[in-house]
Design a protein around this ligand. Sequence first.
Ligand SMILES: [Fe+2]
Length: 281
Amino acid sequence: MAQDIVKLNSQSSRPANQQRPIRVLQITDCHLHTSLDWKLAGINTQISFEWVMALAAQQKSQTDLLLLTGDLVHDASAVGYTRLRNSVQEFGIKACCLPGNHDNPEMLTRHMRGGLVEVPKEVKLGNWVIIMLYSTQPHSEGGHLSDRELQTLERSLRENTDRHALIALHHHPVHINSAWMDKMALDNPEPFLSILDHYDNAKGVIWGHIHQPFDAEHNGVRMMGTPSTCIQFIENQDKFGISTAPPGFRWLELLPDGGINSGIDRIAALPPGLDLKTAGY
Ligand SMILES: [Fe+2]
């Protein structure tokens, strides 16, 4: 099947030593809703999202791409997706989306397209390619990469050996030292990691889902998880727990030589109302 390819600010005709870093902001796990009053663990997710986007807007002039990595609309509603698409369009930077376990992939694909907003499988920026994989499966909070997605990954890496590659998906492909969350990880990481091992151009993997930062390396590939734009989970804890950490996003600088600079920026504080006694989400 033909892949959707988005080329943004392409500089592919320039030699590698004249490329500039590509700047990406990862926005994830917004858990928006049909209702503007809806709350997750006591937090109004729409307000929290807007505060995070206001912080992100301070970096807009240096940013090439927004990457939205799933759990975008908690009730997977047309109203929620349409509102989000309008917000991203207003933000004014090209945005690429993939679904999480709380999304409906078909609804997301239908409503998160148009203008600056795309749902591609591959994005080319300078001498980088970002490969977008779907890891959701019906009626499950955990992740799985179908044979088709694995083939997409391998083909994209093989066809772009002259580019460095960042792979984006919703679920974490490596455990994060949190038993309850690791039960909802990618359930077939072996073929995924094996493909990465075979391609030197695979430089980094980013995901959502875990509502907390994670930054490690696996066989030379950078592995990065990212805070939600709403509630955060306690890090390195085996039981479910809500953290008081403020929401935020991840910024990435994809360097011409294949290096990745990255970090987390957070708003000063959560909107009011956090319920630390919440037993689940
Ligand atoms: Fe989430």
